[in-house]
Design a protein around this ligand. Structure first.
Ligand code: TXA
Ligand code: MG
Length: 330
């Protein structure tokens, strides 16, 4: 795709140095991770972090993940118990976010915690992200680089179309390897709680924990504001578990047996590979959304491996969308 935006730069060392300078000066830089592109700011700079909320139109009650270059650096700001140490050792760098108690001397802006006593932390497994973190020398607060409630970007061009001028620079390192956001696990309480299935397959997480993490009960108060039902949403209505699409609909297909007749068909993985499907999911949702069709029909995806997270995102993309009302969430 040709790229007219002056904000997008190939992530060579010079661009990374420029990005680091912008971040140190309190600016916003979108950068690639192995999961999705993040909208980064210096996590210790209140004004810079406030800029993230403004750029995304994100409600202030929705906390942000702090990204670190090394696990050791995260230990300065949050408390790791034995479980957290075991998971960090096994999964970092990688697509796992841990929600942990803030240390009393935590230097991460309180805005990142959105009034909670916990801070979400992760060490991304992506060369450009790590080079940037090293160069800035401070943790970066970074939500997915989309407008609040919309589909996460897995390519630099998608960041540009989501955020445009609201971001100072977009580091382009091509499509994200995993394509789904990190798994978010709350280890601040007695029992581990899965706040968001994601890029770390659920079976692997259960294996590492030695138990099945609690999930949020359907009517429980929000443990994680990002659990809002409608999220990851295209503008086009989406229906789930479709066996086929009508002649007007777009079909988000999966696997070798795809019904004919849709207005447009994109197959997440013709061979039925869930890793491939995860990597394609958000880009295909964007393309189907951009086609201006009356509806998107999504075929079922198996409930295993990354399929848990894919189904979660599709379910939320299909959820009814109330007008944004920050204080009326269940
Ligand atoms: O893969 C990812 O996690 C990407 C890349 C850029 O790292 N980031 C990302 O951030 O997806 P965001 O803000 O779009 O999603 C973070 C999720 C949200 O659902 C948020 O509510 C939840 O994590 N979260 C963050 N801090 C939390 C906390 N202290 N307690 C509970 N949930 C938290
Ligand atoms: Mg997000």
């Amino acid at each position: 795709m040709s790229d007219p935006s002056p904000r997008i730069r190939r992530s060579d060392p010079e661009a990374i140095a420029e990005a680091a300078a912008i971040l140190k000066a309190g600016g916003l830089v979108a950068f690639p991770t192995e999961t999705v592109y993040g909208l980064g700011a210096d996590a210790r700079d209140d004004a810079a972090v406030a800029g993230i909320f403004a750029a995304k139109g994100r409600p202030r009650f929705n906390p942000l993940i702090a990204h670190f270059g090394e696990w050791e650096a995260a230990e300065e700001d949050v408390v790791f118990d034995a479980r957290a140490e075991r998971l960090a050792a096994a999964c970092w760098p990688g697509p796992l976010t841990l929600v942990l108690p803030r240390r009393p001397d935590c230097r991460i802006s309180l805005l990142c915690s959105a009034g909670l006593e916990t801070q979400a932390v992760r060490v991304p497994d992506q060369a450009v992200a790590r080079a940037l973190l090293r160069s800035v020398g401070r943790p970066l607060a970074a939500p997915s680089a989309n407008r609040s409630g919309r589909i996460s970007p897995t390519a630099a061009q998608a960041v540009e179309s989501e955020l445009g001028k609201a971001v100072d620079l977009i580091l382009d390192d091509g499509p994200c390897r995993i394509g789904l956001e990190s798994t978010v696990l709350d280890l601040s309480g007695e029992r581990p709680r899965l706040l968001r299935p994601g890029g770390l397959p659920l079976e692997r997480l259960i294996d590492l924990l030695g138990e099945v993490p609690e999930a949020r009960a359907a009517n429980a108060p929000l443990a994680s504001p990002g659990l809002l039902e409608s999220h990851y949403a295209p503008q086009t209505p989406l229906r789930l578990d479709a066996a086929a699409a009508t002649a007007e609909e777009g079909l988000l297909a999966f696997g070798p047996d795809v019904p004919a007749g849709a207005a447009m068909t994109l197959n997440l993985s013709p061979s039925g590979d869930l890793t491939e499907a995860a990597a394609n999911l958000f880009a295909y949702l964007r393309r189907l959304d951009a086609a201006g069709l009356p509806a998107i029909a999504a075929m079922p995806v198996p409930e295993q491996g990354l399929g848990h997270a894919i189904r979660d995102r599709l379910r939320r993309a299909a959820a009814p969308r109330p007008a944004p009302a920050p204080h009326s969430t269940p």
